[in-house]
Design a binder for this molecule. Structure first.
Ligand SMILES: *Cc1c(COP(=O)(O)O)cnc(C)c1O
Length: 380
């Protein structure tokens, strides 16, 4: 089976983890701070907190922005459930903004309309979680301007987008958002097995992110209200244990040195798909020079064929196709909250036709040709 995604681990990655096991602290040593500094260097962001998953990162991002039971958070229905669940963890309510069929990201037109309506009815969201779906950045300049106009906070769910660019800067730079969250799950751009990171340029937010991810406990002399001795620490808020371990961080540091190589391999394969799939009755992903995708996923939409049968044939021929994602509002849990089919038609249309083709750094040209030839024989 050619999988839809797969991590790439080399001898240096393994040595980095073994070195920690043999010579260093397993947690709360030097690896996590070194990983955080490396992520700041890579993205150009001011502050970074490494966490034990992207989901934890989204949760502490919401907490740091003060999201609570009185608030509403908007996100895209075409994302992993974590993009919406993070708001529910804080007791807030969630609503969705439909996608743009071309970018497959949150539609800017739909967002503007919904903001106008919400402003008129006094129901503006506290924050919007924008998702750089498949690794293609959202139109952050416009989103940042809307956020300023309406007084809304912006969280970038960049789980797909580490290594991608927006207007020639790294995603995670955070020029147009409050907080940016990455995931290091094995199918993502780099992996720590499980893990994530939260970046921001705001010192106050960075302090709160750090506290929420670490029990709400601090030893920082700048934050302590008194010092009873060198052992002393204080709990300032109700935080969680969302720490990344040094073992995971060591893998992350090693993987980060390979990120550009991974992304350039993904970009090369995506460009080859673009050329090789020419002429088939499918919609291919948008390619845009202003926002160079990290190509986490390569998704096509079948237009003239039944998606389920194309999917089944691909699988039967050893091609690990996948579907990203079932619209969040159609999940039984979200239906219980009152969401209904038909509310976000572009998301539902995309879902009904979408197929994710295999794409990962170590995919060979020969494997890609098998995928293309099989798909071509099904669709022609
Ligand atoms: C993977 C993913 C997450 C969650 O990341 P984990 O590290 O698996 O917790 C959140 N949002 C999106 C869009 C993702 O793809």
């Amino acid at each position: 089976m050619i999988p839809y995604g797969r991590h790439s681990i080399n001898a240096d990655d393994i040595d980095a983890v073994v070195d920690v096991l043999e010579h260093h602290f397993l947690t709360q040593g030097q690896m996590v701070p070194a990983f955080e500094r490396a992520i700041c260097d890579y993205t150009g962001s001011g502050y970074c907190t490494a966490v034990n998953s992207g989901t934890s990162g989204l949760h502490v991002a919401c907490l740091a922005l003060g999201i609570g039971p009185e608030d509403c958070v908007w996100t895209s229905p075409i994302s992993f459930v974590a993009s919406a669940n993070c708001a529910l963890y804080c007791g807030a309510t969630v609503d969705f903004v439909d996608i743009d069929p071309h970018t497959r990201n949150m539609s800017i037109t739909a967002l503007k309309e919904k903001l106008v309506e919400a402003a008129a009815s006094g129901s503006l969201p506290k924050a919007i979680v924008v998702v750089h779906f498949s690794g293609l950045s959202c139109d952050m300049k416009t989103i940042g301007a809307l956020a300023a106009e309406y007084g809304v906070k912006i969280i970038e769910d960049a789980a797909h987008a580490f290594g991608g660019n927006y207007l020639a800067e790294a995603i995670g730079r955070g020029r147009y958002s409050d907080i940016c969250v990455f995931s290091f799950h094995p199918v993502k751009s780099i992996t720590t097995a499980e893990g994530g990171a939260v970046t921001t340029n705001d010192e106050g937010l960075a302090q709160r992110i750090e506290l929420y991810a670490k029990h709400g406990v601090t030893r920082d002399p700048k934050l302590l209200t008194e010092v009873q001795g060198p052992w002393y620490y204080q709990q300032h808020l109700l935080g969680y244990n969302y720490r990344l371990s040094d073992l995971h961080a060591a893998l992350g540091i090693s993987q980060l040195t390979r990120l550009d190589e991974f992304v350039s391999k993904r970009r090369r394969l995506a460009a080859q798909y673009e050329a090789l799939l020419q002429g088939l009755p499918i919609r291919k992903p948008l390619v845009d020079a202003e926002r160079q995708s990290a190509w986490h996923l390569y998704m096509i939409e079948v237009q003239s064929h039944d998606r389920a049968s194309v999917f089944a044939t691909l699988q039967s021929k050893g091609i690990g196709a996948n579907v990203h994602y079932i619209p969040i509002h159609l999940q039984p849990f979200y239906a219980q909250l009152g969401f209904r089919p038909g509310q976000f038609p572009n998301a539902e249309m995309f879902y009904s036709n979408a197929i994710t083709l295999p794409l990962y750094p170590d995919m060979t040209d020969a494997q890609q040709h098998v995928v293309v030839d099989t798909l071509t024989s099904i669709l022609q």
